[in-house]
Design a protein around this ligand. Structure first.
Ligand code: NCC
Length: 277
């Protein structure tokens, strides 16, 4: 029965959660000339994939002292989040970055130095912002949670050859709908975390996806990120994002040995191309 449930959920994700980024042909973006601004190639084609093996490296403090760096770097593609660095942490998190998912805070808050920081150069960037659930793009454009649009336009002009995409809000809210449809309790209507978004993105472009420290290992800690000193359990279990439910769902569909989960904090998912429904 468990196997059947797992398959059902994987198929729901494969069939209902199609990767969708802004193409610039949607209003109000079309009228503003975004079709020329957004990369011509869709994300799936811009990357050198499809990749055979992929790693998703979550930013949890628990990855410290894991010595997983080498294993992580051995994947064909590596996904990281927001301002998570590799420099100085190579032994635990590796140093290869293929794709970086960033939320709109990174692009709007000057502290992140989005335009100058090397973290956001020489990688494929995928940005998102918690748009209103209504899916009204005009409303969203007028008042995003954090203004990612200005920084996007500037960055596209500065470095037109860098693959850089904004996720379509429908992709995010559709993922939230799938989450809710599989959880008996009411999930609070806030967008999924970058981690959950990233896992689904990698399932769309990879044959297998190894996910590190999304489901906590035995090293689990209140340390929020491996790269700073801030402690808060909400980072791992969620407050704003429905992180706890995301983790339950991912745990249900992954394959893993108990030992690998405990010692590595690693779980594995098949890419959509490997799932027959
Ligand atoms: O912390 P954040 O996420 O950048 O982490 C990326 C993803 O890793 C998983 N994670 C992280 C820490 C932890 N202890 N356990 C985890 O499982 C989560 O899946 C998380 O999504 C975000 O999702 O974008 C988030 O961004 C930060 C922050 O905006 C950025 O780091 C930029 O500084 C948010 N923190 C705050 O707003 C204070 C966080 O809530 C979500």
């Amino acid at each position: 029965k468990q196997q059947r449930e797992k398959k059902k959920l994987l198929c729901q994700l494969k069939q209902q959660e199609v990767l969708q980024t802004l193409t610039g042909s949607e209003e109000p973006f079309a009228s503003l000339g975004w079709q020329k601004l957004v990369p011509h190639q869709p994300l799936e084609q811009a990357i050198s994939g499809p990749y055979r093996t992929c790693a998703v490296v979550c930013s949890a403090g628990a990855i410290l002292n894991s010595s997983l760096g080498h294993e992580i770097d051995s994947h064909d593609a590596v996904l990281r989040f927001n301002a998570a660095p590799t420099e100085g942490y190579e032994n635990d998190v590796g140093n290869k970055t293929t794709i970086r998912i960033i939320n709109s805070q990174i692009m709007a808050d000057s502290q992140h130095r989005f335009a100058d920081s090397p973290l956001y150069k020489n990688v494929t960037l995928v940005a998102w912002d918690p748009s209103p659930y209504s899916g009204n793009l005009k409303k969203w454009f007028k008042s995003p949670d954090h203004d990612l649009f200005t920084a996007y336009i500037e960055q596209r002009k500065r470095s037109p050859s860098q693959p850089f995409y904004i996720l379509h809000p429908d992709f995010l809210w559709n993922l939230w709908d799938i989450l809710q449809s599989n959880i008996e309790e009411n999930v609070h209507p806030n967008p999924p975390s970058s981690g959950f978004i990233g896992i689904i993105l990698m399932m769309s472009i990879c044959e297998t996806v190894d996910i590190y420290e999304f489901i906590p290992s035995k090293r689990h800690t209140t340390l929020c990120h491996y790269y700073d000193q801030y402690h808060d359990v909400a980072c791992t279990l969620g407050a704003y994002h429905p992180l706890f439910y995301e983790k339950l769902l991912i745990r249900r569909i992954t394959t893993v040995s108990f030992a690998e989960l405990m010692t590595k904090g690693k779980v594995t998912l098949p890419g959509f191309s490997q799932i027959t429904c």
